[in-house]
Design a protein around this ligand. Sequence first.
Ligand code: FAD
Length: 386
Amino acid sequence: MSGTVAVIGAGVVGASVAYHLARRGRRDVILLDRNSGPGHGSTGRATGGYRAQYATPVNVRLSLLARDKLRCFEADTGVDPEYRQAGYLWLAATPAELAVLRAAQAVQHAEGLPEAVEVGTDDIARLNPALCLDEVVGGVFCPSDGFLRPTAILAGYLAAAARLGVRLHWGVEATGFGRRRDGMLGTVRTTQGDIDVSAAVNAAGPWAAAVAAWAGVELPVAALRRQVAVTEPFDRLPPDMPMTIFAGDGFHLRVRDGRVLLLWPTPGVIGKPYDDSVEPTWVEAVVAKAHRRVPVLRQAAIDRGACWGGLYEVTPDKHAILGAAPGCPNLFFANGSSGHGVMHAPALGQLLAEIICDGSATTVDVTPLRPTRFAEGAPNPTSELL
Ligand SMILES: Cc1cc2nc3c(=O)[nH]c(=O)nc-3n(C[C@H](O)[C@H](O)[C@H](O)COP(=O)(O)OP(=O)(O)OC[C@H]3O[C@@H](n4cnc5c(N)ncnc54)[C@H](O)[C@@H]3O)c2cc1C
């Protein structure tokens, strides 16, 4: 397929797709975003966790491919992605939660993540001495999980893509598609005029369903608010403390840039999916959990002005949607990472470039991510915890 490829959305996913297309030799790639510069979408709101501890083979494989690519990211792009192996420590409060973590670990071992191990309460106390273990019966830990810098990965892909000839347009909003007589996309309509294309990529993050609808395709990607409470600078927890997650309710914390970030998933604002404000009552509730579970945090003050909210882009089975749109073979989806989009972007960009350039992805079998799986009644199995 030759001709212009327009990538709609210059978050980390769109930037990775554009970079990988250019690396594959595509010389006519346009990356456009309605924002005035990088990082105003979900990518700039991410906390920067990386993990391979997932419950399905495809998600583990995406993480392992991404990890390989993070290791050579600086050589490839000139930017340090700040991948640091601090580990992810998952905590179970009941035997049932532990059983779910163990089942996921069996998948991880089968997919090539032998360093993920089960840990008892003594190990947990050693890995994170700040924890109160009253609610904890056991857990799992993977030392090669850890952290990355979302804005660095975005900046690296944008800069490297531009060097390879990708034309980047900020402040340009895509507004629709023009179809050819054969039903294929012929143009991307934008606020700056029409672009003739041989293909288009939907990388519009939480706004992806609207873009798909222009082609008459129902894309099951919903925006879901995530809030982050931030402490004032606090040095009583170490910077290399593992990401620590209570599997039962998803409360988790990490240290970033000398502050502690507290997260706890809640349903979002009913009827206002794009509301990304921070609710004071939520901050109080997450802080109460933090004080109970990590008592030293009673000494930390919350910096209310630094707290932020952002949007996940969630699919019904919490797995990404990757590949050609049903009924519109030159529109491609790289959507619905369901809150894992930064860590998986290096893999998703490469795999979608394989699909566009070669007709299918070969590095990882992405059949479980095919856009048609929901209509087929064959979504991926989801776990309550992972
Ligand atoms: C609080 C929080 C914490 C998170 N933590 C993590 C984490 O630890 N690890 C992780 O991997 N992920 C995390 N995520 C998820 C991660 O941020 C997303 O999965 C990822 O950023 C998605 O990238 P994207 O490029 O698809 O979307 P975005 O970064 O949102 O980019 C989409 C872009 O599309 C543009 N756009 C939309 N519509 C149009 C249009 N019509 N025309 C032109 N441009 C358009 C938007 O302006 C936007 O810039 C977190 C998210 C939140 C909110």
